[in-house]
Write a protein that binds this ligand. Sequence first.
Ligand SMILES: [Zn+2]
Length: 565
Amino acid sequence: MITKCILISAGAIVAIAFGLGIIIGHFAIKKTTNSTTGKYDYLTRNADQQNYQTFISSIQSPNIEANLKDLTSRPHMAGLPEDLASAIVIEQRWINDGLKVTKPKYNVLLSYPDDNNPNRVTLTSSSGTIIIQTNGTEKVYDTTQPKTVNPFLAYTPNGTVSSTKLYYGNYGRLEDLKYLASIVGNTSLQGSIIIMRYGKIFRGDKIMNAQYYGAVGAILYSDPIDYAPFGTSADQVYDQKWYMPPSGTQRGSTRTVNGDPLTPTYPSTDYMYRISEEELNSIPKIPAQAIGYGEAQVILQYIQGNNVTKDWSGALPNVVYRYGGILRDSAEIEVRTYNRQERKDTYNVIGIMKGEIEPDRYIVFGNHRDAWSLGALDPTSGTAVLLEMTRAIGEMYKNGFRPRRSLMFCSWGAEEYGLIGSVEYVEEYVKVLGARIISYLNVDIAVEGNYKLRVNTSPLLFDIIIEASKMVPSAYDHVDQTVYDKWMKVDRNNITNEPNFNYGLGAGSDYFSFVQLVGSSSMDARYTFDSTIHGNPGSYPLYHTSYEVFSMMKKFIDPDFTVKI
Ligand SMILES: [Zn+2]
């Protein structure tokens, strides 16, 4: 297990050391020098190459493991006391690392389910007998883990809706529902409930699309074809493998706009004007709930209508996938939710190491802190590495290292609710950040696999990333192999003869406001899995479930895992 653990941590190191390689290698200079002959030489001399090695060799895998273990020992969902406790841990660590630390607070509109009343979906026969009522919770495999929030779809309203019509909307893309409407008739969808599978697009858009087509409620589930590609038997899913078990349910926000809902385009500081909740148009108006595929299986067996085409079919055993209509045996489907919206304080933690030569130019490194559950991958794999980075660079600082430009380390709050902490911060300091940022480097999930590096980036950073990747040893290969070598081996762009990048960044994590509001060059890096083996559902299978725990990371995300399959 020790070997595995080192390799897991090494994956994290590669992803992050690589990011810091950029900072140190190109924007750093030693404080003391006696080899320069004047001010000009001092200001323009090349970076000291030794800084790379000093940084990379000082990253310690056991520290990353200890960080992950500690941070995932308690839930840290945005706006709750445990989230503030995590912020204080980070604040204290960064003070000890020698950073100048602030903890800006924003008061924002968040959404929570009712702990005592889980959201449920109920299928009832015409005689009033309950065919299935969903549990509203996930199966507990490890009773030593603290309880985390029940599955819910943040910002969907509370309420109860029911219908005798149930439709299957595939992935809930606009083209899916358009096609469904063409098959069953536009008016048929009015007043119905639509069940859709996770994948392909943002979950909030699925709900909004269902609402647009006249549904009164929506249900989401993760189909095994994407989330349990080797079957749903107990030996092929969690807790034996890292694939979705029958009760596993992805949580998440459904808002289609980022930042605090009540302060659009301006910061949610105290005394700032708030729009009323009634004015919000970026959140769904229909109740919706996510359920496990074990329960979806029963519900889908009651769907009638024509059989779907092959590309709409999932892999649930004993289910004939149909487009839907009036439920079999005149059954009725109900979605009952108890969500509430609440204004809460959320905190960012910002740690600054002042640059020596160009202090007014910033290299910003960010990772969000809040998680739906214990968040061992999303985002705490990133947080665990961020803390080791600041420890290592803090140590270098104590030994005389000075960055050329100022380094900003950011632990963002309430990212899961729509990138709220980072958007509010950028909105508050948009002018100064816009004028002074050189690059924003984001790590959300640092490690979701151990196969290869995955980088989304602005084109401006292509060359520097390649250069840096040649300096970091690959964690899973022969000692001489670098991250670059591995990347080229498994993910080469044959036209450019370079590793494949994902061009540009979207709105999937905290880089959004840096790219979209201040126009900085940005990158997002993670170590990922081999999608030719594990499928490509758009995320690792257990994403946003309560099974994102330390032991899952330790047990499954190691090099032996791919070999076993
Ligand atoms: Zn995340």
